[in-house]
Ligand binder design. Structure first.
Ligand SMILES: NC(=O)c1ccc[n+]([C@@H]2O[C@H](COP(=O)([O-])OP(=O)(O)OC[C@H]3O[C@@H](n4cnc5c(N)ncnc54)[C@H](OP(=O)(O)O)[C@@H]3O)[C@@H](O)[C@H]2O)c1
Length: 273
């Protein structure tokens, strides 16, 4: 996996395949085992948020391997004032049972000025409570506003909706992020599991002796700087997803995917929450 690692500008590296946790909690024991199996395999980036109600589950999953895990959490927009961001971070740290978050994101744009949220993020970073900070659901124009703020150039990452059905970010946000060596996390990379019966994906999967899910993940991770964070609730799914790192899609595969799921030919406003 070494050659495939994604580097933040800090020099910290992660596997391009991480693990989501939205809607976990219904099968807690199995989900914790799944997250731990993923970490053992090298999928150490775990994505949570104060909104998901999964921070304590993530904390339990990483209890014996905190130093290996790269925890991403998010502040809710309504809490993202200067003081509110700091308080939300303290609450997340308590629920996670850790004294630092590897990457702390603003979940999406809300009522508070970016300048307040960023000032809090910068201070949290200086205090060692977060190691990196970043944004989620921000398009190019808003990312430009972040970068123009004091310390804004320290913004480490952005997390956006990206899968075969939602390719708008290819038009500008992916190249923009790449130019700035800013990793982009692709959320809902499996289209919430709804794309896997698509005839084109089934056909491509057969060529690789793989599954449509693995093809979707290999496709998201084909671009440098992209991190896919599928949510998988079982060890079997985690292991299946991990094997997507071994798939090299061919020109024929890319042509078939482009025919079924066309790339954007013009600016498309960021999709998502
Ligand atoms: N920043 C944001 O605003 C934002 C928004 C949405 C999501 N996210 C993050 O992104 C993560 C992923 O997105 P998502 O949860 O919306 O959707 P997703 O990862 O695209 O899809 C999850 C679905 O795929 C299924 N799945 C996973 N691996 C599979 C496999 N090998 N075979 C068959 N089915 C499989 C899961 O089922 P099982 O559970 O049964 O494995 C689940 O139903 C979230 O968990 C969250 O951490 C962030």
């Amino acid at each position: 996996m070494e050659g495939r690692m994604i580097a933040f500008r800090s020099g910290v590296q992660v596997c391009p395949l991480g693990q989501g946790t939205y809607q976990m909690g219904k099968r807690r024991g199995e989900e914790i085992r799944a997250l731990r199996r993923g970490i053992d395999l090298g999928m150490t980036l775990i994505d949570t948020a104060e909104m998901y109600d999964t921070e304590d589950l993530v904390g339990e999953a990483v209890r014996d391997c905190r130093d290996k895990a790269f925890i991403v959490s998010k502040v809710l927009p309504g809490n993202a004032s200067y003081e509110g961001t700091k308080r939300a971070c303290e609450r997340s740290l308590r629920r996670l049972g850790t004294d630092y978050i590897d990457l702390y994101l603003l979940h999406w744009i809300g009522p508070h000025p970016f300048a307040e949220t960023v000032r809090a993020m910068v201070e949290l970073q200086q205090e060692g409570k977060i190691l990196h900070w970043g944004m989620s659901n921000l398009d190019v124009a808003d990312m430009e506003r972040i970068l123009a703020l004091p310390h804004g150039e320290d913004c480490a990452a952005n997390q956006v909706l990206y899968n075969m059905r939602d390719r708008g970010v290819e038009y500008d946000l992916i190249p923009w992020s790449r130019q700035r060596q800013m990793p982009l996390m692709a959320y809902t990379p499996l289209g919430e599991g709804r794309l896997r019966d698509h005839e084109t994906l089934v056909r491509i999967a057969r060529r690789h002796d793989a599954t449509p899910t693995q093809v979707m993940l290999a496709w998201v991770m084909r671009k440098p700087g992209l991190i896919a964070i599928p949510k998988a609730g079982s060890t079997a799914h985690v292991e299946e997803n991990f094997r997507s790192l071994d798939i090299s899609l061919t020109d024929e595969d890319f042509r078939d995917i482009d025919a079924a799921f066309p790339a954007p030919s013009h600016k498309i406003p960021l999709a998502g929450w």
